[in-house]
Design a protein around this ligand. Structure first.
Ligand code: ADP
Ligand code: MG
Ligand code: MG
Length: 207
C-alpha cells in the first residue's frame, strides 16, 4: 500500500526472524571463511529474542516497536552485528511517528538507520561490510520512492544484493574479516548477506 502501519512492521520482524533461522547455516558458513563462524547463530539468537519480546510486549507505535527491537538486539547479540543492527533499528524507529508512514517518511527513517551504522562502526562503502549492501540500497530506495513503498523497497533489495556481490572480491578493512588482510578477498560478507535478507523481507511485508 501507500503507507506502512504498526502491524506490517511487526510482521516484518517476525518474517525476518524466520528467514534468519532458515539461513543461519549459510550465514555461519560465510562467517567461518572470513570471521569466527557465528554470524548465523548471533542473528538467530537476536531475532529469536526479538520475537519473544514482541510476543509479550504491547506497542502503540512503530517508534515503540523498533526501540524494543533495537535494544533487544544490542543486549542479546555479543558480536559486532548486534550493536550495528541494534543501532540501525533504534535510529530507524526514532524517525517514525505514532501513525502509518509513507514512502518518503520510510526513506528518512532508513537513512537515519544507516547513518547510525556508519557512526557506530566507522566503516564506509568498499570496506567489505554490511554497509556495502546498505548504502546502495538507500540510494536505490530514494530513486524509486516516488513510485511507492513496494517499488522502492524492491529496488533497495536488488541494489543491496548487487552491493553484497560487488563487495565479494574486495579486501576487508573493518570487522574481524580485516584481520585476514588480502585473504578476505573472494569471500561473500556475512553481514551484507543478512542485510539483503532484511531488505528482501521488507519488500515482501511492507510493500
Ligand atoms: P563478529 O564479527 O563480532 O563475530 P558477526 O559475525 O555477527 O560479529 O557479524 C559480522 C558482520 O558484521 C560482518 O560480516 C560485517 O558485515 C559486519 N561488520 C563488522 N564490523 C563492522 C563495522 N565496523 N561496520 C559495519 N559492519 C561491520
Ligand atoms: Mg562473527
Ligand atoms: Mg563473533
Amino acid at each position: 500500500g501507500d503507507t506502512v502501519d504498526l502491524d506490517q512492521f511487526s510482521d516484518w520482524m517476525r518474517r525476518y526472524a524466520g528467514v534468519i533461522h532458515d539461513n543461519a547455516p549459510l550465514l555461519t558458513e560465510l562467517d567461518s571463511a572470513i570471521g569466527d563462524a557465528d554470524h548465523g547463530s548471533n542473528m538467530d539468537r537476536g531475532m529469536t529474542a526479538v520475537v519473544d519480546a514482541l510476543d509479550v510486549g504491547e506497542f502503540t507505535s512503530p517508534a515503540d516497536l523498533f526501540k524494543k527491537v533495537g535494544m533487544t538486539l544490542v543486549s542479546s547479540v555479543g558480536g559486532a552485528s548486534g550493536p550495528l543492527y541494534g543501532t540501525f533499528f533504534l535510529r530507524f524507529g526514532g524517525k517514525l511517528g505514532a501513525g502509518p508512514v509513507d514512502a518518503e517518511g520510510l526513506g528518512v527513517a532508513l537513512h537515519a538507520g544507516v547513518d547510525g551504522i556508519v557512526q557506530r562502526g566507522k566503516a564506509a562503502v568498499g570496506d567489505k561490510t554490511m554497509l556495502d549492501a546498505w548504502v546502495p540500497a538507500v540510494e536505490a530506495y530514494d530513486a524509486a520512492a516516488s513510485s511507492g513503498v513496494g517499488a522502492a523497497l524492491t529496488a533497495a533489495a536488488e541494489a543491496a544484493a548487487q552491493g553484497r556481490d560487488s563487495a565479494t572480491p574486495l579486501v576487508a578493512h573493518r570487522g574481524r574479516a580485516s584481520y585476514l588482510g588480502e585473504r578476505s578477498a573472494g569471500h561473500q560478507d556475512p553481514g551484507a548477506t543478512s542485510t539483503v535478507l532484511l531488505l528482501e523481507t521488507a519488500a515482501e511485508t511492507l510493500g
